[in-house]
Design a protein around this ligand. Structure first.
Ligand code: URA
Ligand code: CA
Length: 434
C-alpha cells in the first residue's frame, strides 16, 4: 500500500477501506507517514467527506491507537456525557452528582479549559484539597462505593487524535464533520463508555455556530455510536448566551452548589435534568425520559444530589464544608459592576465575548501552559429576554489583577445588546437526535 494512492482515491471522492485507513493512521502514529501526506488526506476528506462506515472505522482506529480504559470493574452501565464546549458550562458539576443520586454510576474523566471555554478539572481544583488525580484502582473503588468520581485524564489516550487534531489546527481542516465526529467519539470510546449522551452546542458561543451544521455533527456522532455498538443520544442545545450566570472556576462551583440546593439558574437546572434523563434512559434505568426527569427532580428537591456532591468531595480528599459554606471557595479581592447604557430588553449576549472577557481576567488559558486564577470571572445579572433599566447592573466582574480589566470590561459591555422590543423566547433544547 502507498499513502499516495490512498490520498488520490479520497481526492477522487471514493470511500476508503478500513485497511487503507489503518495504513494511514497507524503509519502516522509510528511516524512512518509524514505530516504533509496526512495533511493532504485531511484536506481531501474536508472536500469529499467520509461515509458512515469510513467515519466509524477512523473512530475505532483512533480509539485503539493508545490505551483503551476498561471500566468493567465498575458495576452497571457506564454512561458518559460530552459537551462540544461552551461558555460557563457548569453542567458536569451538577449532572454527575444528580445522576449518581439516581443510581447511575458516574466514572468521569474530564479535561482542563482552553481558550474561551472552561474545563471541569480546573473548576474542581478550586475546592480546597480536592484531588483530581486518583490511581485507577482508587477511581474504580470510589465509583463502586460512592457512585461517582471525576478525575483528570490519565494514560496515553487516543495519541492518533492528538496528532491529527494538532495537524488539522494548522492546516485549516478542523471544520470537517466526519473528522470532528470521529475525534470526539474516539475519546469517549477509549474512555470506556458503554453509552454516550452528547450535548452539541449551537450558537454564537459554540464551535458550530449554525443549527444545520450542529445537527449534521450530532447525526454523524450518533451514527458512529450505532456502527460501534455504543448507545448514543445527541441533544442540540443553545449556546447563544452563556449557560447559567457564572463564568469562572470557583464561581461556577458556587453556581453548581446553588443549583444542587435547588436555587440555581433555570437554564442550567433544566439542561441538567434533560441530559440526566437521557443518561438514565440509555442505561435502561427508566423507560421514558419523562420518568427520568421526575426522578431527577426528586433527587434535586430532596437534597440527595447535593449530598452526593458532598460525598464525592470527601472521597476525593476535598473540604466537604464548601457545600454549606461558599466562602470557603477562592474569592477575588475586587469587583466591578457593568451597567446598562439604556433601558429595554436584553436581546443578545454574545457568549464568545463573555468567555474571552473571563479569559482576560485570568479565568481561562490563552495557551496550554498559562496559569489561571481560580477566583476570578464574572456573573451575569441579566439574561436574554430580561428587562433592564438604564444604569441597572448587567454583570459583575470579579478580579484580582487590574492588568486586563479595561479590555475585559469593554468586551463584556459589548457582548450585551439591548433593544426596545422583547425578543422571542430563547429555546434551550432544539432537538434530540438518536
Ligand atoms: N473537539 C474535538 O475533540 N475534536 C475536534 O476535532 C473538534 C473539537
Ligand atoms: Ca455557568
Amino acid at each position: 500500500m502507498r499513502a499516495y494512492d490512498i490520498i488520490y482515491k479520497k481526492r477522487e471522492g471514493k470511500s476508503l477501506t478500513r485497511a487503507e485507513l489503518e495504513f494511514l493512521i497507524t503509519g502516522y502514529v509510528k511516524e512512518e507517514i509524514p505530516d504533509y501526506q496526512i495533511s493532504a488526506w485531511a484536506m481531501a476528506v474536508f472536500f469529499q467527506g467520509m461515509d458512515a462506515q469510513e467515519t466509524a472505522d477512523l473512530t475505532m482506529l483512533m480509539a485503539e491507537s493508545g490505551d483503551m480504559i476498561d471500566l468493567s470493574p465498575i458495576t452497571g452501565t457506564k454512561v458518559d456525557k460530552h459537551s462540544t464546549g461552551g461558555v460557563g458550562d457548569t453542567t458536569t458539576l451538577v449532572l454527575a452528582p444528580l445522576v449518581a443520586a439516581a443510581g447511575l454510576p458516574v466514572a468521569k474523566m474530564s479535561g482542563r479549559g482552553l481558550g474561551h471555554t472552561g474545563g471541569t478539572i480546573d473548576k474542581l481544583e478550586s475546592i480546597p484539597d480536592f484531588n483530581t488525580s486518583l490511581s485507577e484502582d482508587k477511581f474504580f473503588d470510589n465509583v463502586n462505593q460512592h457512585g461517582l468520581a471525576v478525575v483528570g485524564q490519565t494514560g496515553n489516550l487516543t495519541p492518533a487524535d492528538k496528532k491529527l487534531y494538532a495537524l488539522r489546527d494548522v492546516t485549516a481542516t478542523v471544520e470537517s464533520i466526519p473528522l470532528i465526529a470521529s475525534s470526539i467519539m474516539s475519546k469517549k470510546i477509549a474512555g470506556g463508555a458503554d453509552a454516550i449522551v452528547l450535548d452539541v452546542k449551537t450558537g454564537n458561543g459554540a464551535f458550530m455556530k449554525d443549527k444545520s451544521s450542529a445537527r449534521k455533527l450530532a447525526q454523524a456522532m450518533v451514527n458512529i455510536g450505532k456502527q460501534t455498538g455504543r448507545k448514543t443520544a445527541a441533544y442540540l442545545t443553545d449556546m447563544n448566551q452563556p449557560l447559567g450566570k457564572a463564568v469562572g472556576n470557583a464561581l461556577e462551583v458556587k453556581e453548581a452548589i446553588t443549583t444542587l440546593r435547588g436555587d440555581g439558574p433555570a437554564d442550567l437546572t433544566e439542561l441538567c435534568i434533560e441530559l440526566g434523563a437521557g443518561m438514565l434512559k440509555l442505561a435502561d434505568k427508566v423507560t421514558e425520559l419523562k420518568a427520568g426527569k421526575k426522578l431527577l427532580r426528586e433527587k434535586l428537591n430532596s437534597g440527595a444530589a447535593l449530598a452526593k456532591l458532598k460525598e464525592m468531595i470527601t472521597a476525593q480528599g476535598g473540604n466537604p464544608a464548601v457545600v454549606e459554606d461558599l466562602t470557603l471557595l477562592p474569592t477575588a479581592e475586587n469587583s466591578l459592576e457593568i451597567t446598562a447604557a439604556k433601558s429595554g430588553y436584553i436581546n443578545e449576549i454574545e457568549a464568545i465575548e463573555v468567555g474571552l472577557a473571563a479569559m482576560l481576567l485570568g479565568a481561562g488559558r490563552e495557551n496550554k501552559d498559562s496559569q489561571i486564577d481560580l477566583a476570578v470571572g464574572l456573573e451575569l445579572k441579566k439574561k436574554i429576554g430580561d428587562q433592564v433599566k438604564k444604569g441597572e447592573s448587567l454583570a459583575v466582574i470579579y478580579y484580582n489583577s487590574a492588568q486586563n480589566l479595561a479590555e475585559a470590561k469593554a468586551k463584556l459591555e459589548q457582548s450585551f445588546t439591548i433593544s426596545s422590543d422583547k425578543p422571542a423566547s430563547n429555546k434551550l433544547i432544539y432537538e434530540i437526535i438518536k
